[in-house]
Design a binder for this molecule. Structure first.
Ligand code: G6D
Length: 349
């Protein structure tokens, strides 16, 4: 496994570096220390043409200016927290409301805006980028000194593994995700409308007007949210279902069923033949297509095409701290948070 590094830019007097892992088949994964963010993943198509299949920018300034979360490590808590409020061990907290009246993706200065430390390791079959960051007590309003480690591993079997590990000295919240957007065509100007998605999900979280879950898990059956059988993602882009209409497509948490060794999500592109299979230990995945021209730009500064990419954000359900039955996002001092999500790249015959 080849490992290379280059300077990617400078922020507040600190150099941001980009590391690249390349396996023997020419499959590569690049990530930068700003936000421990994936900047490119290059894989072959059915004819062996190796292209980048994730949305990204060429310069650090664009990531900082537009903050599209491309490839970013999002936290302390991915997704929204209703009105930024929660109660923990009898204490009421008020986080910044950086998304209308709600708190989103860890706040204006979430983990995706921090410069992480990184070290590299490699073995015959794997290369590792080990990112660490210490979020101090009170950072973005969260309690506890939180030590986070995110390891990106590229294997000779063309898998990208994300391993999270975190500890805290005071009870806090932690629900990280990676916000990579896939466009398997290899061309971000081509919409992903014809990408095909399969999900082991029978329920999705209904959203209110402000995108906070109502707490109701709706059955996907006979709706445009049903991906139990693989289907084209654009069925939700033109749908009259009120939940698709609300977000102009998909911006929804899907509750995942973990069925033996079956990948929880499979995204494929019949034209290029590329496929990515996601397996995760998380409760849910947020499927977010780039539904609107809301300030995202391509690397010429042009407004991104709608539906330029689709994010498969493995995480626990949003607003879980305020919603009974939405899973665990509390981390205690005597615990270590562990989680692993793997994306496996190949081509369909
Ligand atoms: C919008 O509502 C969406 C989020 O789900 C997404 O993560 C973000 O854009 C990038 O806020």
């Amino acid at each position: 496994m080849d490992i290379s590094v280059k300077d990617f830019g400078e922020l507040s007097g600190q150099i941001v570096q980009e590391y690249t892992l390349t396996n023997r088949y020419g499959v590569s994964l690049s990530a930068m220390t700003y936000g421990a963010a994936i900047t490119s993943i290059r894989v072959p198509d059915k004819n062996g043409l190796i292209e980048n299949i994730v949305l990204g920018y060429d310069t650090l300034d664009e990531y900082v200016s537009y903050r599209p979360y491309y490839g970013a490590t999002v936290g302390r808590v991915a997704g929204r927290i209703d009105k930024g409020k929660f109660t923990l061990e009898g204490k009421n907290y008020q986080l910044e409301t950086n998304d209308k009246t709600n708190h989103s993706h860890g706040g204006n200065y979430g983990l995706d805006t921090k410069i992480w430390t990184v070290k590299t390791e490699s073995t015959e079959n794997e290369g590792h980028l080990i990112f660490t960051y210490k979020s101090l007590h009170g950072e973005n309003g969260y309690p506890g000194n939180l030590s986070v480690q995110v390891t990106y591993t590229l294997t000779e079997s063309s898998e990208w593994k994300i391993s999270y590990q975190a500890t805290t000295d005071k009870t806090t919240l932690f629900n990280p995700t990676n916000h990579v957007y896939f466009n398997l065509s290899g061309d971000p100007t081509k919409a992903i409308n014809q990408h095909v998605l399969a999900l082991t999900s029978e329920y999705f979280a209904e959203l209110k007007e402000d995108y906070i879950p109502t707490g109701i898990l709706l059955p996907v059956k006979e709706t445009p949210f049903d991906f139990m059988t693989a289907d084209a993602v654009n069925k939700g882009f033109e749908s009259t279902h009120p939940q698709n209409q609300l977000v102009s497509g998909y911006d929804h948490p899907f509750v995942l069923e973990h069925i033996d060794e079956k990948p929880e999500a499979v995204l494929s592109d019949t034209i290029s033949g590329r496929r990515v299979q996601m397996t995760t230990d998380r409760d849910a995945v947020v499927i977010f297509a780039v539904n609107t021209l809301d300030g995202r730009h391509d690397n010429e500064g042009n407004a991104e095409e709608s539906y330029a990419g689709i994010a498969l954000e493995a995480q626990n359900l949003p607003n879980a701290i305020n919603q009974k039955g939405f899973g665990k996002v509390i981390l205690h001092p005597n615990e270590t948070f562990h989680s692993e999500t793997t994306y496996r790249f190949d081509t369909m015959l």
